[in-house]
Design a protein around this ligand. Structure first.
Ligand SMILES: Nc1ncnc2c1ncn2[C@@H]1O[C@H](COP(=O)(O)OP(=O)(O)OP(=O)(O)O)[C@@H](O)[C@H]1O
Length: 577
């Protein structure tokens, strides 16, 4: 509730309008039974036509005012909830932008999506309901109780006696709904996860002919969700008949016990009608308010899930006041770096890594799969922070930089090329939004991407489908390399980014890259010896440790692991450039 209130109180004007609409609505609705009572007792029964007409006009006026109050209330509550949810979603989105990989892994991307969409929607429903019912139902209840006592104190106990039945029913329903709501949201996370996996992994699923397995897995979870939802709906559906039952019994009791006071003239017919109406309003207010109470656990679950995002501590801060300028550009030093993935401190995946690289140099990393090559280079832009030791760029520990300034220095080309929806030009300008077409042309030329770009009808204006699915793996990799070249970073990091290229293109691309990287440091993770044999320094990793370093020629003589890797590949004649 606090979480919703934090957003709603930002708009006091709309909140005041909501309260005003509620007050108006309550006053008008409390007035109606009294007008009706006067109408029956003083106009209809004595046959006073002119008073009847006057009171009918008063009633019409009251009804119109009531409708205006309701319109005002609906306007204020829906506008306020819409603004609230917009602000809430924006805040979450902005906050998650600052998340490091650790935070994303902790919550999980599918769960984040469910939270921002579904959980936020639950909060929106609750907020709208609270604004619509939160003020007018308690007021209506109190007002009705006062009017009940005024109208017929001798019958008031019947209303009081009905209340405990109503309150117990509300409590039981709310209590039972909480675990169901929790289970519902968690199941939705899993459904979302399966749907994502299914859509992104469509080709693999089809090639392994595992559609049925996927379907079964998805259907199972879907059935589970549907079962929970049905139980929840059934529970909610029982609420209304129970409430109506209590209401009807109360009215029957009032009618039965009113015969005696009516007979002796203690009670007028009009008063009785007004009394029944006030009793109805009192119970109905509790019933309406109970909807909030019943929905509260569900809202609470969703609110906790959203607050969990906002309360997640960001392990790698943006460091706004960090260093933004350095004298040199591109000097990289690993000083005794040890790294363990968060939560796995017992088993570091990198041990005591030290090396240096300077502008104009190419340092390459090779080793068996899982030896820690990708992890090592991901520490430079601080996707994760080192556990022990330091990484120094241009004389400054990476943790002391303003994060944006640090990443500005780096051109990271990931293992899996990722492009965004938009034109080829938009994608190439991702790291330098004001790059000219000439710059794009040059970068594409270096990245061996010009040929296929020129073959497209609109060249740099050609549209790429989501994730670049209308391109081949090699084309995506070349565009991803061109994107980094456009940025002209101080440090290039190629994380196995040549793997989808044929040997000839790979060799030509590396030759051309030299032209644009004379003042930059190039770090290359590779599986193919041919991609790195011209490196100034090759670092051989094994199980997270450096087990060899030197040039290709030196390592071929001195290092058995390197020699084994190279020999297994040199059997392929195309390796020779
Ligand atoms: N996000 C992660 N959380 C926990 N452990 C991880 C994570 N990513 C990688 N690892 C582990 O870290 C080790 C090194 O992985 P890394 O991806 O750096 O190896 P690599 O040498 O780049 O392998 P490859 O050549 O197959 O890409 C592996 O044992 C891997 O299981």
């Amino acid at each position: 509730m606090n979480y919703i209130w934090r957003y709603i109180k930002r708009y006091p004007g709309l909140l005041a309008l909501d309260v005003f609409g509620s007050l108006f609505f309550v006053l008008v609705n409390l007035g109606l039974p009294t007008v009706l009572s006067i109408m029956i007792d003083q106009a209809i029964i004595p046959g006073n036509q002119s008073l009847l007409f006057t009171l009918a006009m008063v009633m019409l006026g009251v009804i119109i005012l009531g409708a205006l109050g309701r319109i005002l209330l609906s306007y204020a509550s829906s506008k306020l909830t819409n603004i609230m949810i917009r602000d809430m979603r924006n805040d979450i989105f902005d906050y998650t932008q600052k998340f490091s990989h650790e935070e994303f892994e902790k919550i999980g991307v599918p769960s984040l999506v469910t939270r921002v969409t579904n959980d936020a929607f639950v909060l929106m429903q609750f907020a709208e309901m609270s604004l619509r019912l939160g003020v007018n139902t308690p007021l209506m209840f109190l007002g009705s109780i006062v009017m009940i006592i005024i109208t017929s104190p001798s019958l008031a106990w019947i209303v009081a006696a009905s209340m405990p039945f109503l309150l117990v029913a509300i409590y039981v329903i709310a209590k039972k709904s909480r675990p169901l709501s929790e289970a519902q949201q968690t199941t939705l996370d899993t459904i979302n996860q399966y749907a994502r996996e299914n859509l992104t992994g469509l080709r693999v699923i089809r090639s392994f002919a595992r559609e049925e397995y996927q379907e079964e897995r998805f259907n199972k979870e879907s059935r589970h969700y549907s079962n929970i939802a049905t139980r929840l709906f059934k529970l909610m559906a029982t609420a209304n008949p129970i409430f109506m039952h209590i209401l009807v019994w109360m009215i029957v009791l009032i009618m039965g016990l009113s015969l005696q006071p009516l007979a002796v003239g203690e009670l007028q017919v009009g008063n009785l009608v007004a009394f029944v109406e006030y009793a109805f309003h009192a119970l109905f207010s509790v019933m309406m308010f109970s909807q909030l109470f019943i929905m509260y656990p569900r809202m609470n679950v969703s609110s906790n899930r959203l607050q969990e995002i906002m309360n997640t501590e960001i392990s790698i801060s943006v460091n706004e006041d960090g260093i933004t300028q350095t004298e040199t550009h591109g000097y990289v030093t690993f000083d005794n770096v040890t790294f363990a993935y968060p939560g796995e401190t017992e088993n570091p995946v990198l041990h005591n890594i030290s090396f240096e690289a300077k502008p104009g140099e190419m340092v390459a990393f090779i080793g068996s799969t899982g030896s820690g090559k990708s992890t090592l280079v991901q520490l430079i832009p601080r996707f994760f922070d080192v556990t022990l030791g330091r990484i120094i760029i241009d004389g400054v520990d990476v943790r002391d930089y303003n994060l944006k300034a640090l990443r500005q220095k780096i051109g990271f080309i990931p293992q899996k090329a990722l492009l965004f929806t938009g034109t080829i030009g938009d994608n190439l300008r991702y790291g330098k939004y004001n790059a000219t077409e000439n710059e794009l042309e040059r970068a594409s030329d270096v990245a061996q991407a010009s040929d296929f770009i020129h073959k497209t009808q609109e060249r740099y204006h050609s549209f790429l489908a989501e994730g670049g699915t209308n391109l081949s793996g090699g084309q995506k990799q070349r565009l991803s390399i061109a994107r980094a070249v456009v940025k002209q970073p101080d440090v290039y990091i190629f994380d196995d980014s040549f793997s989808a290229l044929d040997y000839k293109t790979d060799a030509e691309l590396r030759r051309r890259l030299k032209e644009v990287t004379t003042n930059s440091t190039v770090l290359v993770v590779a599986q193919r010896v041919s991609s790195i044999m011209n490196a100034d320094q090759i670092i051989v990793l094994n199980e997270g440790e450096i087990v060899g370093r030197g040039t290709h020629e030196e390592l071929m003589v001195e290092n058995e692991i390197y020699r084994d890797i190279a020999n297994s590949q040199i059997k392929n004649p195309t390796i020779e450039e």
